[in-house]
Design a protein around this ligand. Structure first.
Ligand code: DX5
Ligand code: ZN
Length: 218
């Protein structure tokens, strides 16, 4: 399978959101990565449904919605309604993970689980068949522009082995501090989807940076 790139809209220019959405549309990127933060689960607040709805109006690629909120089960239907295609919830944010994943499937979205840096991949052993994707955080969630944590590689390798052993097609996504320096190593460790925010949007030519990441990974 081709490896995927998902630029993180958190690093876009919100005063020029349509321009940045069109940039992603016209680039080699595969998905829009959309970070929702509630100021409780993570110490930061980002944006919610109205902004996602506005992005959806112009986006020509799937919306990969990363929920960094407490009890995400309260809002699954609303996120589906404003246009989410993939919804990922943190393992640490919901007590009945199985039920929350079913809720996501029932509204017609692909369901994924996110792990914080210190949550071992082994907690997903039994729920893995239900995961379209597992997102391994390579930073402490809450902010863009942080330094990539090396512990990520061993987690990706372990998860890749679990997926192979269970003969599944679950995707592995990485989020936080992804650049041209670690992209290849992450793919070699077993990743399928790389999220990249500030590295893409702060570069001189985001379209070229996306093309470069895509080339490194494939
Ligand atoms: C942080 C978010 C990330 C963030 C990544 O909690 O989940 O998606 O936008 O940004 P960079 O690529 O700048 O680390
Ligand atoms: Zn994210």
């Amino acid at each position: 399978m081709k490896k995927l790139i998902a630029p993180s809209i958190l690093a876009a220019d919100f005063a020029n959101l349509q321009r940045d959405v069109e940039m992603v549309n016209n680039s080699e990127a595969d998905w829009f990565h959309i970070d929702v933060m509630d100021g409780h689960f993570v110490p930061n607040i980002s944006y919610g449904m109205p902004v996602i709805k506005a992005i959806k109006k112009h986006a020509k690629k799937p919306l990969d919605v990363h929920l960094m909120i407490e009890k995400p089960e309260r809002y699954i239907e609303e996120f589906a309604k404003v246009g989410a295609d993939i919804i990922t919830v943190h393992y640490e944010s919901t007590v009945h993970l199985n039920r929350t994943l079913t809720q996501i499937e029932n509204v017609g979205c692909k369901a994924g689980v996110v792990l914080n840096l210190t949550t071992p991949v082994s907690v997903l052993e039994d729920i893995l068949p239900k995961c379209y994707m597992v997102l391994i955080m390579s930073i402490n969630p809450g902010f863009g522009g942080q330094k990539f944590e090396e512990i990520t590689y061993q987690k990706v390798k372990k998860l890749r082995k679990m997926i192979t052993d269970q003969q599944l097609n679950t995707l592995i996504e990485i989020d936080g501090g992804v650049t041209n320096k670690n992209a290849k190593d992450l793919i070699d460790a077993g990743a399928d989807v790389l999220v990249s925010g500030s590295y893409v949007f702060n570069s001189e030519n985001p379209t070229a940076t996306i093309a470069d990441l895509k080339e490194i990974c494939n």
